[in-house]
Design a protein around this ligand. Sequence first.
Ligand code: ATP
Length: 310
Amino acid sequence: MRTALECEGLTKRYGGLLAVDGLKLCVAQGEAYGLLGPNGSGKSTTIGMIVGVLAPDSGIARVHGHDVWRQPRQAKGLVGYVPQEVALYPDLTGRENLRYFGRLFGLRGRRLAERVSALLDVVGLADRADQLLGTYSGGMQRRINIAAGLVHEPSVLILDEPTVGVDPQSRNAILESVQRLVADGMTVLYTSHYMEEVEKVCDRVGVIDHGRILAEGTPEELMGMLAPGGRTEIEVEGDVRAAEAAVAALAGVTVTAHRSRLLIAWGEGADRLADVLRALDGVVTVVRTEAVRPTLEEVFLQLTGTSLRD
Ligand SMILES: Nc1ncnc2c1ncn2[C@@H]1O[C@H](COP(=O)(O)OP(=O)(O)OP(=O)(O)O)[C@@H](O)[C@H]1O
């Protein structure tokens, strides 16, 4: 496994505020890593130090082994950075905007034209390419911003909350573009405070708060931390309170009732659905049983005691 991106002891203070606190991060080549945390948790500050626009107080960030501060040219050339703010020209078309960024990176002639066309395809905007950027929706402008971050063929793409404030259709288009890039081998660092996004796009997720990674793992691993044995929802017909009491009498099973449904949390390694169904026999009619996946939001709540959307 080759490391594409690594941070060690990365620290940044703003006056008395410790925004990023000794952060350690390692992203393998071809991996999509999600930094998931609420507003103010230190995501943008971390990214600023990785892309070389913010000087760390201490610690180091490396891209393919190049120190971002000691070898900035090599490191920055390998990174495509998509900031939260759209930094484009409204009076140029989408294609002209991308041509402009391509020229900044030394592309000319046919190579530039081909690269721009390919990028318009990646972000799904080929059909709007020759209209003025000012006529695009906010979400479309974000997609051109992503294409601009890719113009110099970086090996690592860093996206800072790329879907904030965009309409659902554009949000899906953005997620699909990132998924396509990952499938084609791009290394991605993706920040978000939406767990369903990092679940969809990322192989591994770090939960960040107060500038520290609190937990790290695949989305499944993070969810497994919450209810080790998983949970099951059982829809019943009849006296749901009597059903709740019958299940509560079983050892090692936690049950709560909501309307016509029982939510059952199993203890570690103990899926006792057969026992539960036996306990319900003659008390209520079981209509449906379904395994429930915990959300990353619940994981975050458990880790930090605060909601992800604070
Ligand atoms: N230039 C600055 N001066 C002072 N404090 C700052 C500055 N930039 C960020 N902060 C503070 O540092 C902390 C981390 O902010 P940061 O922007 O990195 O978080 P974030 O997770 O990216 O949040 P958001 O999604 O709101 O951008 C916050 O408490 C923020 O208020």
